[in-house]
Design a protein around this ligand. Sequence first.
Ligand SMILES: [Zn+2]
Length: 351
Amino acid sequence: MFASISGPRRPSPPRAARHARRLAVLATAAAALAATGLAVAATPSSAAACNGYVGLTFDDGPTGSTNALLSVLRANNVRATMFNVGQNVQGNPSAARAQVDAGMWVANHSWNHAHMTSMNQSQMQSDLSQTNSAIQSATGVRPQLFRPPYGETNSTLQSVAASLGLRQVIWDVDSQDWNGASVSQIVSNAGRLQDGQVILMHDGIQNTRDAIPQIMANLNSRGLCPGMISPSTGRAVAPDGTPPPTTAPPTGSPTTPPPGGGCTATATFPNVWGDRYNTSVTVQGASNWTVVVAVTAPQRVSTTWNGTASWDSTGYVMTMRSNGSGNTFGFTTMMNGNSSARPQIRSCTAG
Ligand SMILES: [Zn+2]
């Protein structure tokens, strides 16, 4: 819960000026799309009216009111980044999953909101990796961003985070919602956001939820759209091409692997329930193999077996490697409203 882990926070330190370039952002997004091949539908937040992107972030969740926050965000076509506390995720994994299902990005905000600069290197490592595991276990998504509690950091913490594949992200604008700011004060603070910048807000605060419609009206009037935070730059950029749940296009069920690659993977769907289904994939032609599988948003893989899974940054493309459990692996996919799509096998590689 927010109350159990909140404490005095400090305003952000001055940040160096930075330079988001819209053309570069668009080129990066296009390259990412070409690389993943994911189908993309036009969305309100990626309309041509966007002159730039800002990162809306909500810390300290999930909380007892995460669902209320997600409802407001969805109603306002907002995709945001949720800096989750590991023990909150462990205590409420379904709320963390709901964040992802609602199109949010999930990120690491430490295990229990400690003052991490007083930890030694191995304590930092343990704290962040435990949090990554809890988030990945609950959501199927591996975090790529980390925000230290209270914005307190040092070079050791940054290098530990980097070693775990986490980009540190502080903030440019502090909404002051943690400090009792009124709705109008939160709206006013958000009004300072410029292209590429990131604002600090929190899960579990009523005034924050109430401010979102006005924050969005202000951003829209300035041609700014909610974006994702780039794991490579820490700046807000266009969403990565992963379609939000409401705009996911249905697909057929192509399960024929592309030719070549040294092995063949064939998918069947032995169990289909109302909200989820199982996929069983049998590999022929290799005993050590790597199979790449893509699922269609808003579907999400919730469980895997008989292989070692890893994920790309979108969370929709899974790479499964043999782990000595034989040549048939499986996974459960949550439909999340799309009951027709089935996973696509991208490749099967021997060795
Ligand atoms: Zn926090």
